[in-house]
Design a protein around this ligand. Structure first.
Ligand SMILES: [Zn+2]
Length: 467
């Protein structure tokens, strides 16, 4: 029997368990570094499935590793489970209907991501048992993908050093392997401290930290014209210093997120942003304090792993949807703008609410967003698959995603991703040549460059900085 048929059966026999876990995590909808219930549910479920679990790795409460087997090859399967603020939404409805005011929601489908990866790890374990295959399968419980870059801390801790290859996935509207490349990032707080004063009677005695934040932002907005086209600079003012215009604000804080195709480019832009912040402090006679929050590297695609993953995907075929599910996807599409509907991943998707094709491997010219999966990809061959879990045209981080990833559409995509990952893992585990080839690919791409964590060595995970 071909291994994809066996993996298909292995996953299907526990489909209710997986759907149940993904639904619970959908309900928890916990934010980055606060995923206590989601992490514990996955830890307990791993133990129930015969994995040994180490909780609280890399100094992060909600980071963990579940392990089965011993010796090589060692395969890492990466799972995420964090949600997004302000995206509370009822599931299975095609209209905006928040469940609670200011509540969070799984607008990136990480309830599916964490559970589909879990299904894959369990399937690899069962395949190993049934076929007398040796090696180690690990589930990496990776917190804070949305904000905080949990994996970058886990990589810095050396948790991937003995891994032969790593696999993961992301819910999407398309079926594809490694469709996206990722921009490297730095996320840094700039905090200004001034002196409070009555804004009318003694303005000359005050030194405004809010002025410093505003001047810094003006400076950076001028900088934009003089950086590379592919770079992005975003900011959020995280402390305005208060709500009283009649007080000179003594403190203020702005959080910057800088992105560029390569880590070195991010570093260069960061140095210039830093100078602007110093200039703003000089102009306002305030003090500047900098806190590095998190960072990610650029993604290193692995041609060997990508190809093996695509072949396994093609053998397994695409997730199939019922008329009712297609109907629901069409209703979701009716809530999207013309512009969103026209902005498709691929022309072959036009006119389809749910896609039924697997896209060919893409070149590396295009980068979308950023991910901490990229840091894993520097230290071990890494590949990711995307399966159809949402209607074409749906943007990630929207209520439409929250609604869809709680339905059978999302569940089907999730189970399918689990199958592709598990099938790829067992094929690689049984072929030492492929593993060596994947490692050679990685070395060739790095061209002698060594991984340097984008997070300075003295920066601890954000969860341990507060209180
Ligand atoms: Zn995501």
């Amino acid at each position: 029997m071909h291994h994809t048929i066996e993996i298909d059966e292995i996953i299907e026999r526990k489909r209710d368990l997986y759907i149940n876990i993904s639904e619970k995590i959908w309900n928890f909808a916990e934010m980055s570094y606060e995923e206590k219930e989601s992490a514990e549910l996955l830890c307990k479920s791993l133990e129930e499935q015969g994995f040994e679990v180490e909780r609280g790795v890399a100094g992060i409460d909600t980071a963990f590793i579940g392990s089965y087997g011993s010796g090589g090859p060692v395969v890492a399967i990466l799972g995420e489970f964090d949600a997004l603020a302000g995206l509370s939404q009822e599931k299975g409805v095609a209209e905006y209907r928040p469940l609670s005011k200011n509540g969070s929601g799984h607008g990136c489908g990480h309830n599916l991501l964490g559970t589909g990866a879990f299904a894959a790890a369990v399937a690899v374990k069962e395949y190993m048992q049934e076929n007398g295959l040796s090696g180690t399968v690990r589930y990496y419980g990776c917190p804070a993908e949305e904000s905080g870059d949990g994996k970058t801390y886990m990589v810095r801790e050396g948790l991937f050093d003995d891994v032969d290859f790593a696999l993961t996935w992301h819910p999407m509207s398309v079926n594809a392997v490694s469709y996206m490349n990722a921009l490297a990032t730095y996320q840094v707080y700039f905090r200004f401290k001034g002196r409070a004063s009555h804004a009318a009677t003694s303005p000359h005695l005050g030194r405004s930290a809010l002025d410093a934040v505003e001047l810094m932002n003006v400076g950076v907005n001028y900088l934009r014209e003089h950086i590379i086209d592919d770079a992005r600079i975003h900011y959020a003012i995280t402390n305005t210093g208060g709500f009283s215009p009649n007080v000179v604000q003594a403190e203020a804080e702005v959080l910057y997120l800088i992105r560029a195709p390569k880590v070195g480019e991010v570093e260069n832009i960061y140095q210039r942003v830093h100078k602007i912040a110093q200039g703003a402090a000089l102009m306002t006679e305030t003090e500047l304090e900098i806190e590095f929050d998190s960072g990610t590297s650029d993604l290193i695609r692995n041609t060997t792993l990508d190809k093996v993953m695509l072949e396994n995907f093609q053998k397994l075929g695409v997730p199939e949807f019922t008329e009712g599910e297609i109907n629901f996807a069409e209703k979701i599409q009716a809530t999207l703008t013309e512009e969103e509907l026209a902005d498709l991943w691929d022309d072959s998707l036009r006119g389809k609410a749910l896609t039924d094709v697997i896209l060919p491997l893409q070149g590396e010219e295009k980068a979308f967003g950023s991910t901490d999966v990229a840091d894993v990809s520097w230290v071990t061959p890494t590949a990711q698959v995307h399966t159809t879990c949402i209607a074409n045209g749906t943007s990630l981080h929207t209520w439409q995603v929250v609604s869809q990833v709680g339905t059978s559409i999302g569940h089907k995509g999730m189970l399918h991703a689990g199958k592709v990952i598990a099938a790829t893992a067992v094929e690689m585990m049984q072929n030492e040549d492929l593993i060596q080839q994947a490692k050679k690919d990685l070395q060739a791409k790095l061209g002698g460059k060594r991984y340097v964590s984008p997070i300075p060595s003295d920066v601890v995970p954000p969860i341990n900085r507060k209180n």
